[in-house]
Write a protein that binds this ligand. Structure first.
Ligand SMILES: [Zn+2]
Length: 85
């Protein structure tokens, strides 16, 4: 599994939506890849913060915006690691 493949599935991974098989691939990659671990921690922290927000859920517009920003940041940081594994 490459960093890009992991990134595509990370939110599903956090939401527990993936099969045990795919989760095992993701965990194996995370053990070997510090940038992906750092990214996972960031994403988990973001999810936690969102969960702590009181009352209304995040509007879809903002949720999409955050997701796009995370993707852009990921591409900027790890462009050299894309699909090279
Ligand atoms: Zn990685």
């Amino acid at each position: 599994m490459t960093c890009r493949q992991l990134f595509k599935r990370l939110s599903e991974f956090l939401d527990g939506e993936l099969s045990a098989d795919v989760c095992a691939h993701i965990r194996a990659h995370l053990e070997e890849c510090a940038p992906c671990r750092a990214f996972l921690r960031t994403l988990e922290a973001t999810v936690r913060l969102c969960d702590q927000l009181p009352a209304a859920p995040l509007p879809d517009e903002i949720r999409r915006d955050v997701r796009e920003r995370l993707r852009a940041e990921w591409r900027r940081r790890f462009a050299c690691a894309e699909d090279s594994a």
